[in-house]
Design a protein around this ligand. Structure first.
Ligand SMILES: NC(=O)C1=CN([C@@H]2O[C@H](COP(=O)(O)OP(=O)(O)OC[C@H]3O[C@@H](n4cnc5c(N)ncnc54)[C@H](O)[C@@H]3O)[C@@H](O)[C@H]2O)C=CC1
Ligand SMILES: [Mg+2]
Length: 341
């Protein structure tokens, strides 16, 4: 028995080491590419490329699946020769990751070129990210989200905000430098808290005017400079629904590319069962109310399309599984339905 246990343990440890070292080697390689321009330039010749057009990712529909093709450098050259632009594009590409075998992945925005020519040549379509994220595989959606955020940042940081002079990107696109002021700019992401407030037996969900009809979500808000996560949660809940948070618990985080790169920090918060009267801030929200367990469970099952009623009103439905708000709502349901430890 002991021998079997030891053999299993040895196998598990060796597997762990192998996995771990693959991951570590991959991260070290990516870091080298970010730091070493000539190594990264060389890597571009053996890398693969994700295409964007004015920040819309390129997708191909195969059967009923949407795929995100990666083009080789040679395939890129063939396409771009049609525009006599073979050199320029590679300068604009940004590093977004690599395979376990160290094949680097880049993203490039071909917004300056005629969209329809690329689409008919490659048999696909540049698709709004708001739609693309929800129709591709989970793994692809996170690649597209971070690639778009990085491309967007480069597009909007072409000039130094101190000297007004053009900034230059490094080859990997992990920074931009202004040679006049000496300032180095790094890609930005804004921290945002998303909080599911509960009074112990109900949870609070709200609607912003920009949400699709019928969708309710957890409260969200950008962190102010100088705040920690706990302070942002307390302030946002007070500002948006007039309640005081008594305790809170971190759940998970997610990169979110809208409106531009955000780091969503998801928390559960409790308010006192005796102080649950909502005072909604109508400048930010269109509706905010308490939901019981049964209504939340029904809402999770509802499709946006089936939420419209004959009288024109909408039954509540919640963000799709790709959004961290969905995870918070599912966790709350689980917590309500599992017996206390
Ligand atoms: N992945 C998910 O599950 C969810 C993601 N979100 C994201 O969270 C973001 C923030 O949520 P809101 O409730 O709208 O925030 P919010 O309650 O802080 O209000 C937005 C307002 O904050 C101001 N603001 C402060 N810092 C800003 C910054 N760095 N960038 C843009 N505006 C800033 C602007 O005036 C803006 O109109 C949304 O843009 C949305 O995309 C929101 C809910 C669910
Ligand atoms: Mg908000």
């Amino acid at each position: 028995m002991a021998a079997i246990y030891q053999a299993v343990h040895r196998r598990a440890s060796s597997l762990f080491c192998r996995l771990h070292s693959t991951y570590v080697r991959k991260m070290r390689y990516l870091n080298e590419l970010k730091e070493d321009d000539s190594l990264c330039r060389q890597a571009q010749t053996s890398g693969t490329f994700y295409l964007f057009h004015n920040l819309f990712p390129f997708l191909q529909k195969v059967g009923n699946k949407y795929l995100v093709p990666q083009l080789s450098a040679a395939e890129m050259k063939t396409i771009l020769e049609k525009f006599k632009e073979t050199e320029q594009w590679i300068e604009k590409s940004v590093l977004i990751g690599c395979s376990d075998e160290h094949v680097p992945h880049f993203a490039v925005d071909l917004g300056a070129l005629e969209k329809s020519v690329i689409e008919s040549e490659l048999k696909g379509a540049f698709t709004d990210l708001q739609k693309a994220l929800f129709i591709v595989d989970e793994k692809d959606s996170s690649v597209l989200a971070s690639a778009q955020s990085l491309l967007r940042w480069h597009d909007s940081h072409q000039y130094c905000s101190k000297s007004g002079q053009p900034t230059q990107k490094n080859v990997a696109g992990s920074k931009r430098v202004c040679h006049a002021s000496g300032i180095t700019y790094y890609p930005q992401t804004s921290p945002v808290v998303i909080t599911l407030v509960s009074d112990g037996s109900r949870c609070l969900l709200s609607r912003q005017p920009s949400f699709p009809p019928g969708m309710f979500s957890a409260l969200s808000g950008f962190c102010d400079v100088g705040e920690n996560v706990e302070e942002t949660v307390r302030r946002e809940v007070a500002e948006e629904v007039g309640l005081e948070v008594e305790s809170l618990r971190y759940s998970a985080s997610q990169h979110w590319p809208f409106p531009s790169s955000c780091l969503m920090i998801a928390c559960h918060a409790l308010v006192r069962a005796q102080q649950t009267e909502i005072s909604m801030n109508s400048q930010e929200l269109e509706a905010a109310r308490w939901f019981g367990l049964e209504e939340v469970v029904e809402g999770l099952k509802r499709e946006p399309r089936s939420s419209k009623q004959d009288n024109g009103s909408y039954l509540p439905w919640f963000p799709p599984k790709q959004a961290i708000a969905h995870q918070l709502i599912c966790e709350w349901v689980e917590q309500q339905t599992s017996p206390p430890a």
